[in-house]
Write a protein that binds this ligand. Structure first.
Ligand SMILES: [Zn+2]
Length: 395
């Protein structure tokens, strides 16, 4: 901790010049925890940043969290100083008794409160969700910053791997999904923007890295267009299907089982199954999976010129989610029921491709049957046409 109460009960923060007087302070002052009021130890060494710490066996909620690493302390201070240099009203380690949370930084901006959590060690998705919800329910916007790089692995210049932990910390801004990271060792900040999944782990994204001092508020750089490369989609989708068939097991894999039960072949699916759509990150399941279930549960038996409502499609898909055939992603900082938006975008796309016609609010009329080819080569050439139309629509 970098803040404590002094004997007079005033809040005291170990900043700048205070850090130089730390030996003097340790001799002559007493400090207490702002949360539990227990006396604290002022720790100071040659290398580590001076900080307060509870005595051993303390029962304070503060000690229940991870012991504070030098990286966490330095990162927190750097971010605090960065906020000050950007004229933000910021508090360090402000305790919120109502929700028993003490965010690393609390910012007040235009009447809004933003809690910054600088997260150096991965925690469970469940914890991220729980803590984020507590903030949101008290009207505070949580903002998670990864300690280090905001991804698990970098594959190429614009392809990364994320874990579900990373995904859970992302948020949507200006139509783009993003995640920020800060590396106290180098003073470098990273913003991963336009995050769009190819598969559950592999994503497309644009990475911006720069010294934190170069980043100015408002963050105009993150609104740049990080356009998803649709051209790469077909190959990535085919790889995914290949992997799934190679490693899938028919007893446990309800998707493969459903395909074979239909008498279909995973390599001969209609090219309209597995289209990339906005909000597809709401599912951990691949678009091939959830779009296949939409087809088999709702569209397969639909006659030409008949209508179908999105309400019905969502109802059927929710059944699959409940059964565990389709898995949604936990994204605490995104809108609720986001997957329904993905379904809506899917139907809009099918409308743009002239398979459906809008027939009222959330109502679609089938005007052309999905193309299915008996051979791989034909399937590929159908797919090429569909992807070509998608690229044209996006351009
Ligand atoms: Zn305490």
């Amino acid at each position: 901790m970098l803040t404590a109460l002094n004997k007079k009960g005033e809040l005291f923060t170990l900043l700048g010049e205070m850090r130089e007087q730390v030996l003097h302070l340790r001799e002559h002052e007493q400090f207490f925890c702002p949360i539990c009021k227990e006396p604290l130890i002022l720790k100071a060494g040659h290398v580590r940043i001076p900080h307060f710490s509870h005595h051993q066996h303390s029962q304070c909620i503060e000690t229940a969290s991870e012991p504070e690493s030098p990286k966490h302390l330095k990162g927190k201070l750097d971010l605090f100083e960065w906020c000050l240099s950007n004229q933000l009203a910021v508090s360090l380690e402000y305790y919120l008794p109502d929700i028993k949370q003490r965010p690393d930084l609390l910012i007040e901006k235009a009447g809004r409160l933003i809690a910054i959590e600088f997260q150096c060690t991965p925690i469970s998705v469940r914890s991220v969700e729980k803590r984020s919800l507590q903030y949101l329910l008290s009207g505070i916007t949580p903002l998670w910053i990864v300690g280090g790089q905001p991804f698990h692995k970098k594959r190429t210049i614009d392809m990364f791997e994320l874990t579900e932990y990373h995904w859970s910390l992302t948020r949507r801004k200006n139509k783009h999904v993003m995640l920020a990271g800060y590396e106290p060792e180098s003073g470098k900040a990273s913003i991963l923007n336009g995050i769009t999944p190819f598969t559950s782990k592999k994503v497309f994204a644009k990475l911006h890295q720069m010294p934190i001092s170069k980043i100015k508020i408002p963050l105009s750089l993150i609104t740049d267009n990080a356009n998803f490369p649709i051209v790469k989609w077909s190959d990535e989708k085919r790889n995914w299907i290949q992997q799934r068939v190679r490693h899938g097991d028919l007893v446990r894999d309800s998707f493969l089982r459903a395909i074979y039960t239909e008498g279909s072949n995973p390599f001969l699916l209609s090219p309209l199954i597995g289209l990339p759509v906005n909000y597809m990150e709401s599912f951990i399941s691949h678009p091939v999976e959830w779009q296949f279930f939409i087809w088999s549960d709702c569209l397969k038996k639909l006659k030409l010129n008949r209508k179908i409502s999105l309400k019905y499609v969502n109802y059927k898909l929710r059944e699959r989610i409940t059964k565990g055939d389709i898995v949604c992603r936990t994204l605490p900082l995104h809108d609720k029921n986001q997957w329904e938006k993905a379904v809506r975008h899917y139907f809009r796309l099918l409308e743009q491709l002239f398979y459906f016609q809008s027939a009222g609010k959330d109502l679609y009329r089938l005007i052309r049957f999905f193309p299915w080819a008996p051979h791989v080569e034909e399937t590929k050439s159908y797919e090429k046409k569909v992807m070509g139309a998608l690229i044209k629509n996006n351009g």
